[in-house]
Design a binder for this molecule. Sequence first.
Ligand code: ATP
Length: 269
Amino acid sequence: SRVRVMELEESPEISYAQIGGLADEIKEVREAVEYPLTRPEIFQRIGVEPPKGILLFGAPGTGKTLIAKAVAHEAKATFIRMSGSELVHKFIGEGAGLVRELFQLARERAPAIVFIDEIDAVGSMRTNDGTSGSAEVQRTLMQLLAEMDGFDNRGDVRIMAATNRADMLDPALLRPGRFDRLIEIPVPDKDARLQILKIHSRRMQLGNVDMDTIVSMTENATGAELEAICREAGMMAVRREAEKVEMVDFTDAARKVKNEAVADNRMYT
Ligand code: ATP
C-alpha cells in the first residue's frame, strides 16, 4: 500500500527548461529549496535560516509538481511525493503512520525533497464535516505538524506542498516553522503560453503553424491544457495521415480541449 501512496524518484528527469513561464516563481523556489541543499554554507555564513516548508498554491495543472520535480533534479535530490487526498481517502487508519514513514524515508534517502500534493485534504479548516474520517484526518495532520516541528531546516531534507485552495488551509499549517513560505503559481500569461506550446511541440514536425494565433485562442488555459492541445493536435495529424502537424490540427485541438474544460467547469473558457 505504501508504494502507491508514496512515489519515489531519484533526481527526476525534469529540468527548468521544460517549464514555460514562471521565471520569478522558479527563482523563489530555488532560493528557498535548492540553495539550502546545494550551498548550505551561504546560509550559515550570512546567519539566516532557510524557510522550513514551501507551499505552492494555484489552479490545477499550472506546474506545481513540475517545479518541485525540477528542483529535485537540479539539487540531485530524491523526490518523494505523497498525495494528501490519497492519504486520507484511500488509506483510512494509516494516515499518521504513513506520514511518519514519509519523513523517515526522506531522512534515509537524503538529500531529499518531500512533496505533499493536495495538502488541503489533510489540513483543511473544514475537515470537521461530520464524516467518520475527520478524527482520522485530524490525527494525520497532528503527525505532520509534529514531524515538521521536529525538523531541522538546515538539514538535507526540504519540505514542499501544493494546494489549489490556500484559503482553505488550517492556519496551524502556516505558522512560522511550518509552511512559512507561500509561492503563488499563476495561470500562464501570453508569453508563458507561447513558451509552453513550444515546449510541448518541440519534437513534432510542424507545418505552417502560427503559434501566436493559438496563444490568443487559449486565454485562461493552464499548462496542462496547453500540453493537451499539443498532444491532441499531433493525434489529429496522425489521423489525417499527414506528414506534419498543421494549423488546422492546432485550432481543432484547441477547440476540443476548451469544450472539455467547459464541460468540466474549469476556468479555461
Ligand atoms: P495539480 O494541482 O493538478 O497537481 P500541478 O500544478 O501540480 O497540478 P503539474 O502536474 O505540474 O500541475 O502539470 C501537469 C502537466 O501539465 C505537466 O506534467 C506538464 O506537462 C504540463 N504543464 C503544466 N504547467 C506547465 C508549465 N508551466 N510549463 C510546461 N508544462 C506545464
